[in-house]
Write a protein that binds this ligand. Sequence first.
Ligand code: 0WD
Length: 261
Amino acid sequence: MGILKGKKALIAGVASNRSIAYGVAKCMHREGAQLAFTYQTEKLKPRVEKYAKEFGSNICIEMEVSSDDGISKAFADLKSTWSDFDIMVHSIAFAPTEELKGSFIESVTREGFKTAHEISSYSFAAMAREAKSMLNQHASLMTMTYLGSMRSVPNYNVMGPAKASLESTVRFMAADLGPESIRVNGISAGPIKTLAAAGVSGFRSMLKHVESKTSLRRNVTIEDVGNTAAFLGSDLSAGMTGEILYVDAGYRNLGMNFDME
Ligand code: 0WD
């Protein structure tokens, strides 16, 4: 173990100890990375500081990604502690709850569509722009996505197009930053019970469905995702960029997931 020894990782999107970003932090810490965290609002600060301490870090920075100022201020703050770093984890998404149920065309609004794309997709590129001057050679950037980008999933609605945009953003960023030996990838995780997931109507049924049908017959955990994130952050994945890696217990590959008579 210790594939991230000597690397510094910035992790954005820890909201609770069920957050995917918390699982990422846990695995990256185990692998020897030094960590820094961002939190969305002052209200989350004490909680994120507590988690940071668990992982031997005292770097916690406020970052609200709905404005460019919020993002640039966060990186200016980070610069006062770290002059450089190696890994950036974007584990942030948002869409209005009212738009995560029922008919897509009936629930989607101009404002909700814009917000979902801004917070869940644009923010990754905006963060990378601010991070760029601080990134070491062979740095690795990553984000979290979901199958709803490729397939229509009940109630996922406006988050589907937002994740499709995010996955495309990964490919454009990878092409941009590749010549500087900076890699950009995404992890497409199966459903996991987190605060964000609770906003998707019928989420519990989704978990049950996946558990009974997917190849491995289980849901994935934040540690499953965290271990893949550690691999992506490490030099073990040095030849990979612009990819979306599925950590979904095999669900994406199923064509017929009903029981045959
Ligand atoms: O089933 C799931 N949980 C899956 C999640 C399956 C596949 C992918 N994902 C993705 C999500 O779409 C998201 O991109 O993983 C990422 C992390 O989501 P999570 O771990 O499921 O959710 P959560 O623990 O809620 O963390 C997401 C956090 C926010 O939490 P809340 O619940 O407070 O919205 O994203 C952050 C916030 O901390 N966030 C923001 N940070 C800065 N500025 C903003 C913002 N405007 N909005 C949300």
